[in-house]
Design a protein around this ligand. Structure first.
Ligand SMILES: Cc1cc2nc3c(=O)[nH]c(=O)nc-3n(C[C@H](O)[C@H](O)[C@H](O)COP(=O)(O)OP(=O)(O)OC[C@H]3O[C@@H](n4cnc5c(N)ncnc54)[C@H](O)[C@@H]3O)c2cc1C
Length: 423
């Protein structure tokens, strides 16, 4: 897959100066935000960690996403709370709400310059969306989150956005944006400084299970480990556990970056520079980055093939929201794989022989991966309270076999039709 524009702004990770061991406490598969956070947290507590990345750090979703830093869990919280007692529901709520704070404190602790900016608009395209947003505001404020402001008409939207596409929205001063690859590379450097062996171009092709696990690598000597974390999410190749692959669907989403826009143009379209996502199932999500580029994401393909002219489609979507951007020049277009679960809640698990996993952030992983990586690491270090609550949530499998891709595509087609008809 083509790299994102974010890669233009970061240096490659310098090669390691140390030989990697043949055995380690914890082997982590996947050099995205989940794997790197878990590695850093474990190394800070004295564990010997080897992190294996098939390509380069950030080549998966973590280095090619929209950069939206969102509060809370991806779906309405009652999808989680309905399955838990009041104590555990509260624990899960608090954990979800800590995810953005964790990003902010890691940025500060490791001095990572990654263009953090707050201000987020959930934009309603029609009345059903607005009703859902008001219900969300109600639920969140009952649980103590008071950073949401309802914007119920064009006049109240005007300080944030100038577009005829929306009838209202919910402004969240506690969510925002970062440049995700700058953040990830900052974490990776911190992890290496803390002692993690980070190996790029190191694809794990097989795991022999047991008390001591043997990881077979493509083109490199094997490694043994007491514990293994699977942090490959939608990019994990066929070394995943059957329970994981049945419960994860891969969706391809795409992003377009324009050349930098003028300050006047930004003042006209997004005066508060809020990061924006609409409420459709196949949503548009966008923001102005630190260099004044419009970073515009959208499209969702369940067919594993990114059909059609991706750039033309994203430009059409962007111009529908902001007609004045119809002629804005494209600098870069890229795509990536999002891992989703049926209920859009991340799927946590652990086997009897100490293989841990998390997957399925459902397009909401920039902040939650840091929480999940910390939970995995804490569970390994003996504090599994949060992990066990998340692990106890039930996840339905997607339909299997040869019907899987067509069934998902048909399901998505229905949601796209519903979006278009504003039902
Ligand atoms: C286009 C796009 C836009 C998105 N926008 C947003 C957004 O704006 N906000 C938000 O919150 N979330 C967004 N997301 C989701 C978010 O990016 C992900 O949830 C998050 O990055 C997942 O991180 P991760 O570390 O779990 O996995 P990844 O970052 O995908 O990392 C997994 C890594 O595992 C490696 N790997 C896989 N198999 C192996 C193997 N066998 N051996 C070694 N390495 C292996 C892969 O090479 C990859 O680098 C978006 C995702 C995409 C694709």
């Amino acid at each position: 897959m083509l790299p994102s524009i974010y890669a233009d702004y970061v240096d490659a990770l310098p090669p390691s100066q140390r030989d990697r061991p043949d055995h380690c406490d914890v082997a982590i598969i996947g050099g995205g935000l989940t794997g790197v956070t878990a590695a850093l947290h474990l190394a800070e507590h004295g564990y010997e960690v080897v992190l294996l990345e098939a390509e380069t750090i950030g080549s998966g979703g973590s280095g090619r996403n929209g950069g939206h830093l969102c509060q809370g869990w991806p779906n309405d919280f009652h999808h989680i709370s309905n399955q838990l007692n009041a104590h555990d529901a509260d624990l899960a709520w608090q954990a979800g709400m800590a995810a953005v704070d964790m990003v902010v404190s890691r940025i500060s602790k490791h001095n990572i310059a990654c263009d953090l900016q707050f201000g987020y608009l959930h934009a309603a395209l029609h009345q059903r969306h607005m009703t859902e947003l008001l219900e969300m505001q109600d639920e969140w404020s009952r649980r103590g989150y008071n950073q949401l402001t309802a914007l119920t008409d064009h006049a109240s939207l005007a300080p944030h956005i100038n577009s005829q596409s929306y009838c209202g929205g919910l402004y969240d001063s506690g969510s925002g944006q970062i440049q995700p690859l700058k953040y990830l590379m900052g974490l990776a450097l911190a992890a290496r400084t803390a002692g993690v062996h980070i190996l790029e171009h190191s694809r794990v092709i097989k795991i022999d299970r047991g008390a001591k696990k043997t990881l077979h690598l493509y083109n490199a000597p094997q490694l043994t480990a007491n514990r293994v974390l699977l942090c490959g999410n939608a990019y994990l190749t066929d070394i995943g556990l059957p329970t994981m692959s049945r419960r994860l669907a891969q969706v391809t989403s795409s992003v377009l970056a324009t050349i930098p826009l003028s300050d006047n143009m930004i003042q006209h379209i997004l005066p508060s520079r809020a990061t924006v996502a609409d409420c459709n199932t196949a949503l548009n999500y966008y923001r102005i980055d630190a260099d004044n580029r419009m970073i515009f994401g959208g499209r969702a393909s369940y067919t594993n093939v990114n059909l059609g002219n991706v750039e033309a489609d994203l430009r059409r979507r962007m111009a529908a929201v902001f007609p004045v951007l119809a002629d804005a020049e494209t600098d870069r277009v890229w795509s990536g794989r999002i891992g989703i679960t049926v209920n859009r809640i991340p799927h946590f698990g652990r086997t009897d022989d100490d293989i841990y996993f998390v997957q399925g952030f459902s397009g909401h992983g920039v902040a939650l991966t840091g929480l999940a990586g910390t939970m995995l690491a804490d569970a390994i270090m003996g504090d599994a309270e949060q992990f066990d609550v998340m692990q106890s949530l039930r996840h339905m499998p997607f339909p299997g076999g040869i019907l899987r891709t067509p069934a998902l595509a048909i399901g998505m087609a229905w949601y796209k039709l519903r979006d278009r008809l504003k039902l």
